[in-house]
Structure formats: C-alpha cells, structure tokens
Design a protein around this ligand. Structure first.
Ligand code: ADP
Ligand code: ADP
Length: 224
C-alpha cells in the first residue's frame, strides 16, 4: 500500500471541509478525486502533501506514519494548475531543482534532466526560461520537475485546468504515458468527469467533504 489514509478529517471553524475519510491507494495506481468545487478535494490533497495538518486521523506513506512529517520529508511530488515554475531559472534548472535539493551529483542531474526533457518531448528548451514557453510546454516542465526524482507519489491538482480543450486531451495522453513509463502512484484532482473517466484506474467521487463512491471508471454510473 503506497498511501493509506485513516479517518482523516479537517474543519474550518464549524465547517467540515473533510469529514472522516479512509482510503487505500496501492502502488502504481492512478486515483482521481472527482467532485464539484468545494467538495474537499484540495483539502485532502494538501494534507497528503503535508501543506496543511489534519485535525484527526492518520496518513501512511510506504507504510510509515507521515501525518506530522513536514512536506519536504514526504516522498511526494506536486503539480499545480498554475505550473509554479521558478521564473528566473532555466527550464533545465527548474527540472533539476528537486535533485539539487537532494544533493544528487552533477553528472547524474545532467543525465536525469536530459531523460526527463526527452520524455516530455522538449529536449530543445533546456536553456530557455519559463515565460518563453507556451502554457502546455510549461505544464510539461512542471510534470517533469514533479517526477524527476522518482517520488513515491505524485499529487496533481487540476493540472490541465488552464489549458484549452485540444491541448488538455493531448496532455492527458502524455500524463498517462509518463505514469505507465515511471510507474508512479498518482493522485489526480479534477472536476471534469470526462477527464477522470479517460485517465483513472479508480475514481473517488467526493461531495460535501466526504467520499460518496469509490469505483473503477466503468462502474462510476452504477451507484450501489
Ligand atoms: P475543492 O478542492 O473540492 O474545490 P476545497 O477542499 O478547496 O474543495 O474546499 C472545501 C471546503 O472548505 C470549501 O467549502 C472551502 O470554502 C472550505 N475551505 C477550504 N480552505 C479553507 C480555509 N483555509 N478556511 C476556510 N474554509 C476553507
Ligand atoms: P548552465 O548553462 O549555467 O549550466 P543551465 O540552466 O543551462 O545553466 O543548466 C543547469 C543544469 O541543468 C546543468 O548544470 C545541467 O545539470 C542541466 N542541464 C543543462 N542543460 C542541459 C541539457 N541540454 N540537457 C540536460 N541537462 C542539462
């Protein structure tokens, strides 16, 4: 079990942003949190990332209790809707960043950055800066940066939300390709049902701060 969540809950004042929620995510799974705005998806994701703390419950990553571990101690990569690339760093240096943080030797950084840039079909933009790239290209770079150190889990919060429909469909295929190639466990947030159906191994349907249903895409309409 790559990720195990037990009775995780979060309140803001009297408001239940996430009611007690339990979830098991096996290694290599592509799990999508699908639900309308305000259903608790981001609340759950930021607690898994370690960017906010639950009021109760526990998080286990690779069998180890991570509930109170700070974000940088969790073996987790993140991709956001707004890319969040470092504007003054080159593309190569953006992708290299998580490796530098972990003091990986220069030779290995060069090699891994090259491999990732090839994997996202952007080997020629290594020396450019983010603003010289299109939105779709920037999001590919964000994907490469999140996956370059082979984290155990990658969290994606509406990563394609800022892209137009054609590009979104193309990027869905590319993300699935990276997922297959690297075998990373992915937890993906979207409010787009089609996207969830196209990409997921399982879909976790959320509403009002709770899980309504957890099922494979083809079963999503067959409510119990
Ligand atoms: P989703 O990602 O599904 O759109 P969120 O997890 O962001 O939903 O939010 C769930 C609910 O919690 C929303 O009603 C939101 O307004 C509320 N919420 C989120 N963050 C805060 C906060 N920092 N303070 C107060 N309420 C919050
Ligand atoms: P500099 O040219 O000062 O090294 P770059 O931003 O071009 O700055 O490169 C930063 C780091 O990214 C390099 O030290 C290297 O590890 C890696 N890198 C740079 N260019 C490439 C490239 N074309 N292919 C693969 N890795 C690269």
């Amino acid at each position: 079990m790559k990720l195990k969540i037990e009775n995780l809950a979060k309140r803001y004042g009297n408001f239940d942003a996430l009611r007690p929620t339990s979830l098991d995510v096996p290694e290599g799974e592509f799990l999508t949190l699908l639900g309308p705005s305000g259903s608790g998806k981001t609340t759950l994701l930021t607690m898994i990332a370690g960017l906010s703390l639950p009021d109760s419950g526990d998080i286990y990553i690779d069998g180890k209790r991570a509930t109170k571990e700070p974000a940088f101690n969790r073996d987790i990569g993140m991709v956001f809707q707004n890319y969040a690339l470092f504007p003054h760093l080159s593309i190569a240096e953006n992708v290299a960043f998580p490796l530098r943080m972990r003091r990986i030797p220069e030779g290995e950084i060069r090699q891994r950055v090259t491999t990732m840039l090839e994997m996202i079909s952007l080997p020629h933009v290594a020396d450019r800066v983010p603003r010289e790239l299109s939105g779709g290209q920037q999001q590919r770079v964000a994907l490469a940066r999140a996956m370059v150190y082979r984290p155990s889990i990658v969290l994606m919060d509406e990563p394609l939300g800022a892209l137009d429909k054609n590009l979104r469909e193309q990027m869905q295929i590319e993300i699935k390709h990276l997922h297959k190639r690297l075998g990373t466990t992915i937890i993906y947030v979207t409010h787009d049902q089609e996207e969830a159906m196209a990409m997921s191994d399982r879909i976790c349907l959320m509403n009002g701060g709770g899980v309504e249903q957890l099922s494979e895409p083809q079963e999503i309409y067959n409510r119990p």
